[in-house]
Design a protein around this ligand. Structure first.
Ligand SMILES: *Cc1c(COP(=O)(O)O)cnc(C)c1O
Length: 360
């Protein structure tokens, strides 16, 4: 069986050992005579799975005890509305750093519920850098400050966590989830869709400081009220059972590799191979300012649309799939999440070198 190297921005590659284990356990999960897909979420077996998933999230991210871990539905996009409904509940003001399309969508959603304001953005240069902020930029009475840590489409990351003083800080970490260590205590909320780095699509993990909960607006739909999910151990309704099981397997894989320090080393080594080549190539160029480059999403261009298209096509034929850039920016993008092996990037760079020589 020939497996391709999948550079998709999400859903994306999963570790092969995890897929093999899931396959082995598919028909008979640990002697239960059933698949996890078929199991009641109220069963003892399933409770053990979700408990273990939560405890791995806590252990791997070193989550302080005064934070809840929630497993939610609806993708990160659903939380764009849940966040103002749950947290824009004092002054009704919220400050957003708009570093790309996902942050912009979150901001636009918040505008429906209160006084959301853009405090910084990088649209002037097609989001090719992460906008810098200082504590004084934020309204002191804002209910929260929101930012997107890793900008999946544009390939930037906030290397420094914005300093918001006492204002609660909320981060969308969908595309850098579990890719490197993160000091959770600096945040009021860290959340993200799991399909980039930790599971198949269908799951959001939210890590929320307890004092943030219990203040949702009365109109908040029950399913968007995070307090309800916290009170019910993420089982107010049927959770994304199988996806949470897959998430548990991926977290076990991360732990076995040495946790987030090891993950970071692995990710830095992969990204360096690609960025070093982009910096030396006469044909391919990275599009992001060097200081804000993401370890996860690497956009690049040749400067010639036809050549870009030829590259994407030939790369796919050679087993490097989903390298086309996001439809709003064009060019190419290689997403090299946790599960992308180092050989995948080495082989991609070898292919790019060959393409450069052949098309010079
Ligand atoms: C993919 C992505 C989203 C959207 O996730 P859905 O689960 O499709 O709603 C939001 N934010 C970031 C940073 C993303 O990469």
């Amino acid at each position: 069986m020939a497996r391709v190297y999948n550079f998709s921005a999400g859903p994306s590659m999963l570790p092969e050992s995890v897929l093999n284990l899931a396959a082995a356990e598919m028909l008979d999960y640990k002697g239960s005579g059933q698949s996890v897909m078929e199991m009641s979420h109220r069963s003892k077996e399933y409770q053990a799975i979700i408990d273990e998933a939560e405890s791995l999230v806590r252990e791997i991210y070193n989550v302080p005890d005064n934070y809840k871990v929630l497993f939610l539905h609806g993708g990160a996009s659903t939380q764009f509305a849940a966040i103002p409904l749950n947290f824009m509940n004092g002054s009704g003001k919220a400050d957003y750093i708009v570093s790309g399309q996902w942050a912009k969508k979150a901001y636009e959603e918040a505008c429906k519920y209160g006084d959301a304001q853009v405090v910084a953005n990088s649209v002037d240069k097609t989001y090719s850098y992460f906008p810098k902020t200082k504590r004084e930029d934020f309204r002191p009475d804002a209910d929260y400050v929101y930012f997107c840590m890793n900008n999946t489409i544009y390939g930037t990351i906030a290397k420094d966590i914005p300093d918001t003083g006492d204002i609660p800080l909320i981060a969308d970490v969908s595309s850098c989830f579990f890719s490197e260590p993160l000091d959770i205590s600096k945040f009021a909320v860290v959340y993200g869709g799991a399909q980039k780095n930790v599971a198949p699509a269908g799951l959001v993990i939210a890590i929320v400081r307890e004092d943030m909960l219990g203040k949702a607006r009365d109109i908040t739909p029950t399913m968007l009220n995070w307090q309800v999910h916290a009170d019910n151990g993420s089982m107010y309704n049927t959770p994304a059972c199988y996806i949470i099981y897959m998430c548990k397997l991926v977290l076990e894989w991360i732990k076995k590799l040495g946790g987030l320090e090891a993950m970071k080393e692995h990710n830095e080594a992969k990204a360096k191979i690609l960025y070093d080549y982009l910096d030396s190539s006469n044909m391919f160029k990275g599009t992001v300012v060097p200081e804000d480059r993401s370890l996860m999403n690497v956009p690049f261009v040749t400067g010639d649309k036809e050549l870009d298209a030829k590259f994407v096509k030939e790369a796919a034929e050679a087993g490097f799939i989903n390298l086309k850039g996001h439809r709003t920016v064009g060019g190419m993008r290689a997403s090299i999440y946790n599960a992308m092996p180092i050989e995948g990037v080495e082989k991609l760079v070898a292919f790019m070198k060959k393409f450069e020589t052949e098309n010079a």
